[in-house]
Design a protein around this ligand. Structure first.
Ligand SMILES: [Zn+2]
Length: 505
């Protein structure tokens, strides 16, 4: 970054830049800022004026000398040749003709070779800005000719704050709960989060209400992805197939979905080896912990390999949905033969006990300091979903003995305790611990904070504090500030402008 700043000041700038980072992190936004730095009418500068025709044109996406290409849709040699044929012509109005190629790793080998020829001897009036989520898929010959920047994912708090700013500017009253739900569902991607905010506003007729946001997200929550993994872990083929059919109705991007699955499996492996405390992100921690105890570490590694391999090969499948289904079926096929018969290596003592033959009713988990985690693990074993799972998550185990289990739920959460969900939860507990077990659920204020949901909330709170500290001390953030100037920084890491729900792509 320092090198870039100096280069911009002295006018000796690289001719190719690579911005790498996960989806929605602001790669193309930063690239467009660099385009302004290079083409600002005030001169090549680390601090573009923002008001000249070039700066404004780039910002509004109508600057003729900034040519943006999505390599994901134009991967072939002919596309690149057509593009490079024009490289020799001088810029129409700017200082430099800038090619911004997004998802550059998607180019074919032949296309990369054609591009390399130009990169080796670029005309002086041309700059290349590349963006990629996957820099390792670039040929080293291309990589070696680029100045590379790695952009980090945004912390949860930064996304929530940005959405709050936008809502304030738009005169929309937004509660923290709604914004938290949206940011979490956006999975650390500003772009995805803002897109969800857009959808939530459309869904709520311009209003943001957490009940409606939750309802909307229920159809696209990433919890669905974890749910699918849970079914695979249980080896329930029929349920996996049903879930796949249901999933397809939301027309997901299957390649992205496989990336999500691989990312979740990585976190499951992390929990298995280092414990839940090693997670640096709070979302879905309880569900992932449950998954960590129902899979053994070898199977987790195997599933990860299958997901990554599947993601790489999905373009070769007859269509993405079939490719995705095949990956899930492969996971089921590679399930260790004895996984259903024996407790997995990571299983909690509760699970072992429950599976012992003749243990009917088995003793429920002992109420001990780790009881919240144990209850959490029990929930993972129950295989309940939806409202029944929510009910379980908001319950605490407040007492037990052989043949009896007492659960407590806070008065504030007691709306979850409907007759229907109670029946489902009790039925699931009886399936797990035996028909003879007596189960009661009391509405009580006592021990309310040790519910799995309470633990999640507390962990999230701590993570938000850490995230706040991290963004303030992040060297990338500081570097960006020093290169682009403090006023420019908010744009570079937070796509969109106050007053408009706008996204980069
Ligand atoms: Zn300018």
């Amino acid at each position: 970054m320092r090198a870039l700043s100096n280069a911009l000041t002295t006018g000796r700038v690289h001719h190719a830049f690579l911005f790498a980072g996960t989806r929605g992190v602001g790669k193309t936004t930063v690239a467009r800022i660099l385009a302004r730095c290079l083409n600002c009418e005030q001169g090549v500068t680390a601090e573009p004026c923002g008001s000249c025709a070039a700066c404004k044109g780039i910002e509004e996406g109508r600057f003729v000398d900034l040519i943006e290409v999505d390599a994901a849709s134009r991967t072939g040699i002919d596309d690149i040749r057509e593009l490079l044929d024009n490289v020799q012509y001088t810029p129409a109005s700017g200082r430099f003709k800038i090619y911004l190629i997004d998802e550059i790793h998607m180019l074919s080998k032949a296309a990369f070779n054609a591009l390399l020829k130009t990169l080796e001897e670029p005309p002086p009036h041309v700059k290349f800005l590349f963006a990629t989520t996957d820099p390792e898929r670039l040929p080293v010959t291309v990589l070696s000719r680029c100045l590379q920047f790695n952009l980090k994912r945004l912390p949860f708090t930064a996304i929530v704050e940005r959405m709050a700013e936008i809502c304030t500017a738009e005169g929309i009253s937004a509660d923290a709960a709604s914004l938290g739900l949206l940011a979490r569902a956006g999975g650390g991607s500003m772009r995805d989060s803002l897109s969800l905010l857009d959808q939530a506003l459309a869904f709520g007729n311009g209003q943001l209400r957490d009940s409606e946001v939750a309802e909307m997200l229920g159809t696209m929550d990433r919890g669905r992805v974890i749910g699918l993994l849970e079914l695979v872990a249980q080896g329930d083929v029929r349920a996996v197939i049903d879930a796949l059919r249901a999933l397809d109705e939301y027309v997901p991007d299957y390649q992205v979905l496989l990336g999500d699955i691989a990312a979740y499996l990585q976190r499951v492996a992390l929990i298995q080896l280092a414990g839940e405390a090693a997670l640096d992100e709070p979302d879905h921690a309880a569900a992932l912990s449950a998954l960590a105890s129902s899979l053994d570490p070898e199977t987790t590694q195997l599933y990860y390999e299958i997901a990554v391999q599947g993601r790489r090969d999905i373009d070769l499948a007859p269509d993405p949905q079939l490719g995705f289904e095949m990956v899930m079926l492969r996971m089921l096929a590679f399930r260790p033969l004895d996984a259903a018969a024996q407790p997995p290596a990571g299983a909690t003592p509760v699970a072992r006990q429950a599976r012992q033959p003749g243990a009917t009713p088995a003793a429920p988990p002992a109420a001990a300091p780790g009881e919240s985690a144990q209850w959490s693990a029990v929930i993972g074993e129950l295989g309940v979903d939806g409202a029944a799972r929510q009910l379980a998550m908001h319950c605490a185990l407040i007492g037990q003995s052989a043949g009896e289990m007492r659960l407590g739920i806070k008065p504030a959460d007691s709306h979850l305790l409907t007759e229907q969900q109670k029946t489902r939860l009790v039925a699931a507990l009886r399936r797990r611990f035996g028909d003879g077990i007596r189960i009661s659920i009391e509405i009580t204020e006592a021990q309310a904070d040790i519910t799995p949901a309470g633990v999640d909330a507390q962990r999230e709170n701590e993570a938000m504090m850490r995230a706040r500290a991290a963004i303030e001390s992040d060297p990338n953030v500081r570097e960006l500030a020093s290169v682009f100037g403090a006023q420019v920084l908010p744009d570079s890491v937070r796509p969109g402008r106050a007053g408009a729900v706008k996204r980069d792509s």
